[in-house]
Design a protein around this ligand. Structure first.
Ligand code: GLU
Length: 509
């Protein structure tokens, strides 16, 4: 029988979610939705030293912003909880004991100093079949001594007893069969008495098993752990229900070689986090896609194509289309270059599709931040709609359309030199009269009347229109002049022309 698809995104709350982690979450989500399965969010917080306050909330907020829905988790609940590893101590304790009882794991008392000495004495020391016989553990000490030490509260770890010389096969949906020899693995620590908690490896596979996870979809950096995980499934006798592994390709630097890092983002000016992150310890603020003015649907589309393609040339795909088209067959083994400029392109494309209403919602906070609150959503939306063609990010709407919200404080010098001549003030004064006489300021009508006046007077069309623009906008840029004056209140247009006449010095001669 086909197994029900159940996937999990299993971040550790050690800081803000990196954009690579977001892509992992996205692929899990898309895959779950495609197969009518369940998406689990499991918080892997067994490493208390690396716990960062606020990280879990950040993860929730980021996934919600991107539309990555969770079916089971800390907040959502579900039949397989708790979904936070620090609340599953009993389960891990019991499973550790199972391995100990079956002789598949052992207790080791070696102190950091003893381990240090072993590393010094033996080149390339590894705690494994070749060395465990001379270390201080339950394989070398008499059982009474082991019991005495444990009872006395001596700190210990539980190590996985790896049998050397075995071929371990990891079946990966993207990479095919990966085979390694078990002799290269060390006897990994599975549990630490000091904090009464398991390590990542034990907790991760116990939970995947108990939560009936069908596919483990995660970043390539976890591939080296997979053979160990296969051996753990075996040791527990769970091979029949072992999940299918899928290790996603790395995200690479936009330029040069290697893994994408925060430093690349800082250097080239793009965020590597979905949301802005305020580091609670250092106070450092790292930029996020949301605050930079990206749209969640654009970020989703951009990330989905980093490591996967639909098999055709289509690039613009909303979530529903991604779910429809997705398959691991079209995922690449090779790392995906993080082409952040492509991200801007996606954002532009999605911005172009937004209705004026939605633009107004997104742009209003930007205006508020600048103390601009006097405009209706309708005005904001129409203004944004007129300039969105030249914007990639929400913030660009301000650079392109600031004049809709405030009169120019200065006039572009170059344009003044070119377009403001001795008779301009008089013509502009005349223009205010023409504008005041128009009943219907709709773009087409105003254009007809103003152009008719220019022609009748024999004025130079380019000079008059550019001077007009200079007065209203502050420079010779922006959308169609009569679209601007259709939206902007007429008194404002007239006042701006008068102000330009009063302040722009008339050239001599
Ligand atoms: N807690 C691991 C992480 O932070 C999970 C890796 C996995 O998915 O197995 O990425």
């Amino acid at each position: 029988m086909e197994r029900k698809v159940r996937v999990r995104f299993a971040p550790s709350p050690t800081g803000p979610l990196h954009i690579g982690g977001v892509r992992t979450a996205l692929y899990n989500y898309i895959f779950a939705r495609k197969h009518g399965g369940d998406m689990i969010l499991r918080i892997e917080d067994t490493d208390s030293r690396r716990f960062v306050p606020g990280a879990e909330e950040y993860i929730n907020e980021a996934l919600a912003w991107l539309g990555i829905g969770i079916d089971e988790g800390v907040r959502e609940g579900g039949a397989f909880g708790p979904y936070k590893q620090s609340e599953r101590r009993d389960i891990y304790r019991e499973h550790t004991k199972r391995l100990l009882d079956a002789g598949k794991a052992y207790i080791a008392f070696d102190t950091p100093e003893e381990l240090e000495a072993a590393r010094r004495d033996t080149p390339n020391f590894q705690y494994d079949a070749s060395t465990r016989g001379r270390m201080r553990n339950s394989l070398t000490l008499p059982p009474e001594e082991v019991k005495r030490l444990v009872d006395a509260g001596e700190q210990y770890v539980v190590r996985f007893k790896i049998e050397p010389g075995r071929e371990v096969k990891v079946n990966d949906l993207i990479r095919g069969e990966v085979v390694i020899n078990s002799s290269i693995l060390d006897d990994k620590v599975l549990f630490k008495s000091a904090d009464d908690l398991p390590t990542y490896h034990l907790a991760n596979i116990v939970d995947d098993h108990l939560m009936e996870v069908s596919h483990v979809i995660r970043g390539e950096e976890w591939l080296p752990s997979a053979p160990l995980h296969v051996l753990l499934y075996e040791a527990f006798g769970w091979t029949a229900t072992m999940p299918q592994f899928v290790h996603l390709p790395l995200l690479l630097k936009p330029v040069g070689n290697g893994k994408l890092s925060k430093r690349d983002g800082d250097k080239l000016g793009f965020p590597v986090f979905p949301l802005e992150w305020h580091d609670p310890a250092s106070g450092e603020v790292s930029p996020g896609y949301r605050e930079r003015g990206y749209l969640p649907e654009a970020v989703v589309n951009f990330l989905a194509l980093l490591g996967w393609n639909p098999g055709d040339d289509v690039e613009l795909m909303d979530m529903a289309t991604l779910i429809d088209k997705f398959s691991f067959e079209h995922c690449s083994k090779a790392g995906a270059k993080f082409d952040y400029k492509k991200g801007l392109w996606f954002n532009h494309e999605y911005l172009m599709k937004l209705s004026d209403e939605r633009l107004a919602e997104l742009f209003a906070p930007e205006l508020e931040r600048r103390g601009i609150t006097a405009f209706t959503p309708e005005y904001i939306g129409r203004a944004a709609g007129m300039v969105k063609g030249r914007a990639n990010l929400i913030g660009d709407l301000w650079e392109q359309g600031d004049f809709f919200f405030k009169a120019p404080e200065e006039y572009a010098e170059k344009d003044v030199r070119k377009r403001w001549s001795a008779d301009t003030p008089r013509i502009m004064e005349e223009l205010t009269g023409v504008l005041e006489g128009i009943d219907d300021m709709s773009s087409a009508n105003a254009e007809k009347i103003v152009l008719g006046w220019i022609e009748e007077k024999g004025y130079h069309l380019g000079n008059v229109m550019n001077a007009f623009r200079l007065a209203v906008v502050g420079s010779c840029r922006g959308p169609h002049m009569f679209d601007i004056t259709e939206l902007m209140p007429r008194e404002e247009v007239v006042a701006r022309i008068r102000r330009a006449v009063d302040t722009i010095p008339v050239p001599e001669g």
